[in-house]
Design a protein around this ligand. Structure first.
Ligand SMILES: [Cu+2]
Length: 404
């Protein structure tokens, strides 16, 4: 094949190169084909207020910076939107409420977490917001990801061409079990933690350096300005180009090829990004506060998953909006550390949230109930754990907290 193309000249060579199946062809623009289910802020806000949450608290609680102009906007929108949103809510859509009341009535006697007590985690490792890390730490973090990417696979997943892709493969295989149910926050907490352990144990990311998280509320509507997307770190995040993402061509991930996904398939393609500011604008402190004002795990999880989580994913382009294989973009883990930090903050509001959980262990109606002994699997990446091991991030098993 190589020989054949080498002897083609002039017009014949140009024609050969334009054949779509040509393996040497490298795409520049990548269409967006799937996306996470989204639920708008306004809908969530009205539901939260209907459930007794304090609107002023949601809009002014300092979970990030909310501009006064933002508050005025939101108030105006609420007045305009109440009647239509009210109709939408009354006509259904609150997927998990039935399940939640059923679960709460049957699982109220869940036992306390005893063997994951906080006492044995006297000095939790602090996860630090990206901007608060030293440049040398940020660089080491990115280098460790590159190391995982360059490391051979361990045979866990045949389609994976390197160790990093085994991690992506696990998410792809688990996708239907760990989204759209109570498993979402718990499982992604474990998955993100495993990623951190692989960086430290397999790629030498120093124990003294923190695991980062990304406070996306500070970059609401302009993720590209976060400081993550530079040639020093994760490479560019351009705006969408005609609704399409662009292959990453700068930084340590320039020219990287992906082999797990899109969706359930496994196709060679580029790592691509493209910001949709209409979507990233939705990832606001007010939205996070609204989710964290919900009193039950099920409500908070649903708000988070379909809210800031989904808008962050879908706002970052073709790879990050691919539900199954989104971890193929390493920025996935900073995004999920942000989601986990919000979960941690919600848990911090009441001691029982570290020790008890009422949730669905998988999608479905009726759904299987999650208890403290429900197994959390990474399909062989590391040994399985139970919910009770990781429900409390500041317990002995995980032993971490966040800087704010
Ligand atoms: Cu996921």
């Amino acid at each position: 094949m190589k020989f054949a193309s080498a002897i083609l000249t002039g017009a014949a060579a140009v024609k050969a190169l334009s054949i779509p199946q040509n393996v040497d062809k490298r795409e520049e623009l990548v269409p967006i084909t799937t996306g996470f289910t989204m639920k708008p802020f306004l809908t969530e806000l009205v539901e939260a207020v209907n459930d007794g949450a304090d609107l002023t608290e949601i809009l002014t609680k300092p979970a990030g910076d909310i501009l006064s102009v933002g508050i005025a906007d939101v108030n105006a929108t609420i007045h305009l939107g109440l009647s239509t949103v009210g109709l939408a809510i009354n006509s259904g859509g609150r997927v998990s409420d039935d399940d939640v009341s059923r679960i709460e009535s049957t699982a109220g006697s869940a036992s306390r977490v005893g063997d994951n007590a906080r006492g044995s985690c006297s000095n939790p490792k602090v996860r630090v917001e990206w901007r608060n890390m030293q440049p040398v730490q940020r660089k080491a973090f990115v280098n460790a990801i590159v190391c995982l990417w360059n490391a051979p696979s361990k045979g866990l997943a045949p389609p994976a061409t390197n160790r990093y892709e085994e991690l992506v493969w696990v998410h792809q295989q688990m996708v239907n079990k760990v989204h759209q149910s109570g498993m979402f926050l718990i499982w992604h907490r474990y998955y993100t933690h495993l990623f951190g352990r692989m960086l430290r144990e397999e790629c030498g990311y120093p124990g003294a350096y923190p695991f980062p998280w990304w406070d996306e509320t500070k970059d609401s509507g302009n993720f590209a300005a976060s400081g993550l997307f530079t040639a020093d770190y994760f490479g560019a995040l351009p705006q969408l180009n005609n609704g399409q993402g662009t292959c990453v061509t700068n930084g340590p991930f320039a020219g990287k090829r992906l082999h797990i996904g899109p969706g359930g398939g496994n196709q060679d393609r580029c790592l691509s990004r493209g910001e949709n500011r209409d979507l990233t604008r939705q990832v606001s402190a007010a939205f996070v506060n609204s989710c964290n004002s919900r009193s039950t795990y099920a409500q908070m999880r649903e708000c988070t998953e379909f809210g800031p989580h989904a808008y962050g994913h879908n706002g970052l382009g073709p790879v990050m909006s691919d539900v199954a294989a989104s971890p193929a973009d390493p920025v996935f883990f900073l995004h999920h550390a942000f989601i986990d930090r919000n979960f941690w903050k919600w848990q911090s509001q009441a001691a029982s949230r570290w020790t008890d959980i009422y949730a669905c262990a998988a999608p479905g109606n009726p759904c299987p109930i999650m208890g403290l002994d429900t197994v959390i699997s990474s399909m062989g990446l590391r040994p399985d754990v139970r919910v009770r091991d990781i429900l409390d991030a500041e317990g002995s098993w995980l032993c971490y907290s966040y800087d704010y």
